[in-house]
Design a binder for this molecule. Structure first.
Ligand SMILES: NC(=O)c1ccc[n+]([C@@H]2O[C@H](COP(=O)([O-])OP(=O)(O)OC[C@H]3O[C@@H](n4cnc5c(N)ncnc54)[C@H](O)[C@@H]3O)[C@@H](O)[C@H]2O)c1
Length: 437
């Protein structure tokens, strides 16, 4: 059995800071409040509902993750954040239209108390938003310092022991790694010189990590996925993870694709289209913002199928992803997939998936799990990229040069084994050696 390493206590309050208080953030916060009051169950949450096998099958030990790992109690979570609009969380959640108003009204007072701080925002990076609840500052470094001051004040006012931050803000325009992202010195210089390669999400990430606050990125923006911030996270022992919550269509893809590969079925084409009508849909209607999402969504099939190793089966896949803004649907997205596969002797078949999903209902439990697991990793002093958290992301952040793992079942094995290791339990390889004894 591995040795269980020491960990700081989960007691005391955990402050959860959310840049972006839209559909996902409000569904998460209202949901936690409803669960705390016994009004609903945290379905979809790995830490709250998921179980893990420990030891041999004969031992019959299957605790819930929250029973196995010392995580913060939901009653000890305190919420705050920033938005470019002034609405408190009650108003914002009613506007988002995800949760039933009857449920929201039962947690109305707590939700109303969560008011957004002024955001660090620049329309250049999210063109379809026009909020005015925005900080002013001469340089991007000044803005980062203002965010750090917000964090300090929030921690003090709410009597928090620890903080975590999860980016639930809009998807920013597509950007690639630039010179100022290469190392911390260059990034800090860029912050002082207002380098255009530093979007708001990167300013939040810098401020969080600098303050020792774990950071996860729920959108596909680069944000903390640059060498400079990985360097800072490692040196300050701050856990980070990203990018882009794995929900809806990509979740389906990473469930189905491993099955095709396991049975050596060919895949010739995969056409995916989405209609959604929430604010996220409006933002993604802009081609520059859509490009960021497209890149995040496109990689998964190819990474799982490895066409370079299996050219006969997967050498010619045509993969297309479309997102269309369609207001009548609000947050209730519809994702259609047409999959052209081939079986024995190359005979073609088709699969159609029509997922009438609720985007934020799928994303909210991920935010909860990330908050709790990042805080756990932080108490274990595990700094840098937490690759096992890739389970929750469309575009998992990895160490430079390493390919991401997208297969949901391999990701599950990885997160389970990482937690077993961190808690001093034997790893489970599913290798039954009974035949030999
Ligand atoms: N819902 C899902 O299933 C899902 C899945 C994967 C990723 N995401 C991503 O999560 C993010 C949130 O999604 P959503 O549906 O809640 O969107 P949303 O539009 O409802 O909420 C985003 C909020 O962020 C705010 N915002 C934008 N820039 C900001 C900034 N710089 N500082 C502070 N606030 C800022 C906006 O005003 C808005 O209120 C999006 O980037 C989306 O692409 C969502």
């Amino acid at each position: 059995m591995a040795e269980k390493t020491k960990i700081k206590s989960a007691k005391g309050k955990l402050g959860v800071l959310l840049p972006g208080m839209g559909a996902v953030a409000t569904t998460f916060v209202a949901g936690v409040m409803a669960v705390r009051k016994g009004l609903a169950q945290p379905f979809g949450s790995y830490t709250q509902m998921g179980r893990i096998r420990l030891g041999k099958r004969t031992e019959k030990r299957y605790p819930k993750i929250k029973e196995f790992v010392p995580l913060t109690d939901l009653n000890d979570m305190v919420f705050g954040g920033w938005d470019v609009y002034k609405d408190n969380m009650y108003k914002a959640s009613v506007k988002a239209g995800v949760l039933d108003k009857r449920l929201l009204d039962q947690v109305k007072d707590e939700l109303k108390a969560v008011k957004p701080m002024k955001a660090v925002f620049d329309k250049k990076y999210v063109k379809r938003l026009d909020g005015t609840h925005i900080k002013k500052g001469k340089t991007k470094m000044d803005l980062a310092k203002a965010l750090m001051a917000d964090m300090k004040a929030f921690k003090k006012t709410n009597g928090c022991d620890r903080l975590v931050m999860v980016w639930c803000g809009s998807t920013e325009i597509y950007m690639e790694e630039a010179a100022c992202h290469k190392n911390l010195k260059a990034l800090e210089k860029g912050l002082k010189n207002n380098d255009p390669a530093i979007p708001p999400s990167m300013i939040y990430a810098y401020a969080a990590i600098k303050m020792g606050v774990p950071y996860a990125n729920g959108a596909p923006n680069l944000s903390a996925d640059i060498p400079a911030l990985v360097e800072l996270a490692k040196s300050k022992k701050v856990p980070i993870g990203g990018k882009d919550f794995k929900t809806g269509q990509t979740l389906m893809k990473t469930i189905l694709t491993p099955g095709f590969k396991a049975r050596s079925l060919g895949v010739d084409g995969w056409f995916s289209t989405n209609i959604l009508g929430n604010r996220d849909g409006a933002v993604l209607d802009d081609p520059d913002n859509f490009k960021t999402k497209e890149v995040s969504k496109l990689g998964v099939i190819e990474h799982i199928l490895q066409p370079e190793l299996n050219p006969e089966l997967y050498g010619n896949i045509y993969h297309k992803v479309r997102i269309n803004y369609y207001p009548p649907r609000g947050d209730n997205k519809e994702g259609w997939d047409n999959i052209d596969i081939s079986g024995w002797l190359g005979y073609p078949m088709q699969i159609k998936v029509d997922f009438l999903c609720r985007d934020s209902i799928l994303a909210a439990p991920i935010v909860l799990d990330l908050c709790l697991l990042l805080d756990y990793a932080s108490r274990k002093e595990m700094g840098g990229i937490q690759e096992y958290l890739g389970f929750f992301f469309k575009s998992p952040q990895t160490k430079q040069g390493l390919p991401p793992q997208h297969d949901l079942f391999k990701q599950l094995m990885k997160i389970n084994n990482t937690l077993r290791h961190m808690q001093g339990e034997d790893l489970i390889t599913h290798l039954g050696l009974d035949y030999y004894y």
